[in-house]
Write a protein that binds this ligand. Sequence first.
Ligand code: HEM
Length: 396
Amino acid sequence: MTFSYKSQNSSFFSVDSHDLSKSANADIRWQLSQSKLLLRITSAALCFAFVVVCLGAFTRLVHAGLGCPDWPGCYGHLTWPDSHHEIAAAEQAFPESPVDTSKTWPEMVHRYAASILGLLILIIAVVSVRVRLKKVDSSHPFWLPLGLLVLVICQALFGMYTVTLKLWPQVVTLHLLGGFATVSLLWLLALRLRTLVYIGRQKTAAKPIENTITSTSKSLQPRSLGFIKSLSWCAVAVVSFQIALGGWTASNYAGFACHDFPTCQNQIIPNMNFSEGFNLTQSIGPNYLGGLLEGPARTAIHVTHRIGAAVTLFIVLALAITLLRNTSLKKSSYFLMTVLTIQLVLGISNVLLAIPLTIALLHNLFGAILLLTVIYVSYQLISINKQTLISKSINN
Ligand code: HEM
C-alpha cells in the first residue's frame, strides 16, 4: 500500500510538473508564432500606411480633396462616375460640384487604400486581444494595437470632415498628422514585436542564438545616457511640430507665399500677419480649395515653417553628433544626417521650383522617414534600460 501510495504520489507530481513545463513551453511557442504573425501583418500595414500617406499627399497636391463632394461614396457611386450617362446623373444630383474625372479617382483610390489599411489594423487588434486573453505574457502589445484601431477610426472621420467641411485647414492638418501618427505607431509596434520575437526565439532555442538586436550600450557613457534620451525625445517633438507646420503651410496654400530662398519676397523680414495666419478659430469658409487667407497671413505661415526647419536642423543635428560621439548607433546617426539633408534640400527646392508635384510628394515622404528615424533612435535608447530585463527574462 505504502509503496503504491508513494509511487502514485511521486508519479503524480512528476507527471504534473512535466506536463506543466510542457504546457508552458507550448504556450511560449504559441505566443512566438503569434508574435511572428503579428510582425508580418504589422510590416505589411506599415508599408501600406506609407502608400496611404503618399496617396493623401497626392490627392491634396493635385487639388482633388473635393473631387467627390459626398462621403463615403463618390457622387453616390462605389467607385466614381465614368460614363456620360453617369456623369450627367451625378451633376444633376450635385449641381454645385461639376464632375472632374482627373480629381475623382485620386480621392477614391486614397479612400479604398485607407480602408484596406483599416482592415489590416483591425486584424492586428484582434490577434493582439487573442494573445492577451491567453495570459501567456502581460508585456505583449495590447494598448498599442487598440490605440491604432481608435486612431484609424478617427482618421476615417477626419477624412469625412475634410470633404464635408470643404478642406477646412484645421481638419486637413489634423488628418495629415493622424496619417503620420498611424505610420509612427505601426513602426513602434513593429519594433516591439521584433524584440518579442527575439526574446521568444531565445527562450525556445536549444542553445542561445546570435543577438540580432543592435546593442546600443557598448560604448555609451552612463552619465550621458539621460541627456541623449532627452535629446532624442526633444527631436521627436520638434520633428512632429515641424510636420504639423508643414501641414498648416500646405492646407493654407502658403507654400507659394515666397518664391525665393533664404529671403522671402526679396526681403529678410517680409510683411507678415501672424495673428491671422495662426488664427485656429477661423470660420469654416464656403470652400478652402486654393486657400482663403490674405498674403501677409500666408507669408507668416511660410516663414514660421522655415524657422521650424532651422530649429529642426539644430536639434536633429545635435542628436546625430551626440549619437556618433557617445554610442554605437553610428549607422542611425549617419542615416539621420542624410535624411535631414535630403528633407532640407527638398523643402528649399519646393520654394525655388514653385512646388512641383514630385518634389512635394518626396518632401512629404521624407518628413515621415525623418520622424521614423528619430523614433527608432529613441526606442533604441530606451531599450538600453530594458536590455537587463530582457536577458533576465531569457534566463528565467
Ligand atoms: C526638417 C525639416 C522639414 C520638415 C520635417 C518638413 C515637413 C513638411 C511637411 C510634412 C509638409 C506638408 C506636405 C504635404 O502637405 O504634402 C511640408 C510642406 C512644405 N514645406 Fe516643409 N519641411 C521641412 C523643411 C522645409 C524647408 C527647409 C522648406 C523651405 C525653405 C520647406 C518648405 C515647404 C513648403 C513650401 C511646403 C508646402 C508644400 C505644399 O504647399 O504642398 N520645408 N513640409
